[in-house]
Design a protein around this ligand. Structure first.
Ligand code: ATP
Length: 394
């Protein structure tokens, strides 16, 4: 730690506290994540998902891991520093974001996701707190739960923050994939428009209830696999018809509504991939390249090798026409009774502190509250450096 001057704490997550610091040698501002549990061997550290996945990724919309070191059995990650996260940007805002702002952020996140998914990883815990912003650039952070797409299911350990959790994960599927990130993006995109969570469930059962109350309950036609998953755990969906999302997100354009609707498809197979999302008409005007990205990489809308742009567009067009036609306004929605998301008065911070990390225990129930971590005092006695290994110098 000698190399860094710690400035202040900027984040306190489940697994680590994050500090703003300066690299004394080169004067660079960085974010240092200090992990809460102890690591008694370097092998243990190298096995961490955050290390394994982030080491392999280099993309302008994925937060850069600069260094990893262990000191006194405490593991530290050194990241490029970002000014704030999307939740912080939303929470005190009185005025809605413009559609251009939402579009530019989402366009960048989908590029980061397309890259990550192509490299064989999915994030599994996308939420506004994990999307970090500096000026007009947004980056995906917190790869603590990232999974290799080719790794062997079943995936049974804890996964993702409830409000952004995909239905297949809520219903305890053990074979979900990168489509869980696309679901989370649908919920995040809606929240960017309204500044309110779209599905603010207070428990796992309430989460499914809230999703049904907005998207309409799934049917054998729309998601047979989901009905089977529900049967397997003896769960019965509450019966709702869908609400047209434009009722809940009145400030969003038709294109935005169509993209959110298809991202929030019950059936993971019907959600667009990140690459398909980038081809959606909502991003038609998105040749915008944030100045800070220009020297490093060109933002293009080129399809991946092996698939022609025309073919991809046709596929996207099919997907999107289906998504929009599935989501007609329903007559039984009363505008006098606003959507739960707008009336719950849920205090997000309380909710998020109470968030249940998902465990496959065959029940739709919350796990106990995480104890809040308090970092050691800055003036605590200096500790001996028992191990200091730097394996990355990027
Ligand atoms: N590179 C960074 N630059 C600035 N702030 C950061 C950076 N990385 C993380 N933070 C801040 O710290 C918070 C917690 O970080 P992170 O999500 O990595 O921790 P965590 O323990 O894995 O959290 P979670 O509870 O989401 O799993 C973030 O929401 C963000 O506000």
């Amino acid at each position: 730690m000698d190399k860094y001057t710690i400035i202040k704490e900027v984040g306190d997550g489940t697994f680590g506290s994050v500090w703003r610091a300066i690299n004394k040698q080169i004067g660079e501002v960085v974010a240092i994540k200090k992990m809460k549990r102890k690591y008694y061997s370097w092998e243990e550290c190298l096995n961490l998902r955050e290390v394994k996945s982030l080491r392999k990724m280099s993309h302008p919309n994925i937060v850069k891991l600069k260094e990893v070191f262990r000191e006194n059995d405490i593991l530290y990650f050194v990241f490029e520093y970002m000014e704030c996260n999307l939740y912080q940007l939303m929470k005190d805002r009185l005025k809605l974001f413009s559609e251009t702002e939402v579009r530019n952020w989402c366009f960048q996140v989908f590029q980061g996701l397309a890259y990550m998914h192509r490299r064989g990883y999915f994030h599994r815990d996308l939420k506004p707190e994990n999307l970090l912003v500096t000026k007009d650039v947004i980056k995906i952070a917190d790869f603590g739960l990232a999974r290799e797409i080719n790794s062997q299911p079943p995936y049974t350990e804890y996964v993702s923050t409830r409000w952004y959790r995909a239905p297949e994960v809520l219903l305890q599927s053990s074979t979900y994939g990168s489509a869980v990130d696309m679901w989370a993006m649908g919920a995040i995109m809606a929240e960017l428009f309204t500044l309110r969570p779209l599905f603010p469930g207070s428990s796992e059962a309430d989460e499914i209830y809230k999703i049904c109350s907005v998207m309409g309950s799934p049917t054998w036609n729309s998601w047979a696999e989901g009905l089977k998953l529900a049967n397997a755990i003896n769960y019965q969906f509450p019966q709702f018809s869908s609400i047209h999302l434009s009722v809940l997100i009145p400030s969003a354009s038709e294109d935005a509504i169509s993209l959110i609707t298809s991202l929030c498809s019950w059936d993971p197979c019907k959600r667009p991939t990140a690459l398909e999302a980038l081809q959606h008409p909502f991003f038609q005007s998105c040749f915008y390249v944030p100045p800070s990205l220009r020297p490093r990489t060109a933002v293009t809308r080129t399809p991946p090798s092996g698939e022609t742009k025309g073919a991809l567009e046709q596929k996207s067009a099919r997907r999107y026409s289906r998504a929009t036609s599935n989501s007609k306004p329903t007559s039984n929605y009363s505008s006098a009774k606003p959507h739960a998301a707008f009336v719950t008065g849920v205090q997000r911070k309380l909710e998020m502190n109470n968030q249940d990390v998902y465990k496959s225990d065959k029940s739709l129930k919350s796990s106990p509250k995480q104890p809040r971590y308090r970092p050691p005092a800055r003036n605590s006695p200096s500790k001996l450096l028992d191990c200091f290994i730097r394996f990355m110098q990027m």
